[in-house]
Design a protein around this ligand. Sequence first.
Ligand code: ES4
Ligand code: ZN
Length: 319
Amino acid sequence: MHLPKAELHLHIEGTLEPELAFALAARNGVDLPYADTEELRTAYLFDDLQSFLDLYYSLMAVLRTEDDFAELADAYLARAAAQGVRHAEIFFDPQAHTDRGVPIGTVIGGLGRALDRSEESHGISTQLIMCFLRDKSAESALETLDAAKPYLDRISAVGLDSAEVGHPPAKFREVYAAATALGLRKVAHAGEEGPPEYIREALDVLGVERIDHGLRCMEDPDLVDRLVSERIPLTLCPLSNVRLRAVDVLEQHPLRSMMDAGLLCTVNSDDPAYFGGYVGDTFRAVYEALGLDREQLRTLARNSFEAAFLDHDEERRAR
Ligand code: ES4
Ligand code: ZN
């Protein structure tokens, strides 16, 4: 679907298509435990968030040089442009790279090179959101924030991702306070597999401006009222929810009732190489499965610009 839109929930490592994974593996002399792209695609059948994350982290072994990260980001931006994306706020997971010996400067340098060319090459304005892996310690997140200090002019916001249950937002209170002091904006994954209480904590303890996923708010009517009245955006990822079995089938996704409840919903692709579609494909899929009308699609596109970290001039240019 080619409606102009912003993408606000996109893990750049989750755009690693099997073909590029094999090309980078060959270039970098990395052995992949799959015979070919076909066999790798069959590994993309997940039971839950953890089984996805295991594959997601293991495939990152092919990403080693600045060129690799630049190529990854450029390939995503080209696909996104073809599906109407005008602005993208892109997550990256520095710890997933620094833990295997790739310096944070290599990661940010490579991504930054692709992002610097993006408006000219693809007509997409971009921002970077640095995510902390919540199944690692708060100390490790603080070290990552510290290591990112030379690159802060390239980073708009911090986020929180990876295995949610058992790693509540409050674990990262100090990290988010430090990020605030550095002038960074804040988002966090909450209510994907974790309970509604994690959404409250992300708002109250971390001070986030936007909730990534937030699906499980629907179990808590008082929380829904609050999200509506404070106009807190939710970056929903319906295809991800189906693949990771947060919902059984797309036809049962609560997007429609969430919009009807007055929530500021956006639709995003999360990890499109793994979950079966980029954001335009996702718009089309919810349009078909949930019987949304054109006006609701336009609302979702409008919401994506309202929820973006753009000022008014930038927003007008992007739309
Ligand atoms: C993620 Cl779908 C999802 N949830 C949490 N963390 C993630 N990292 C990449 N994709
Ligand atoms: Zn995500």
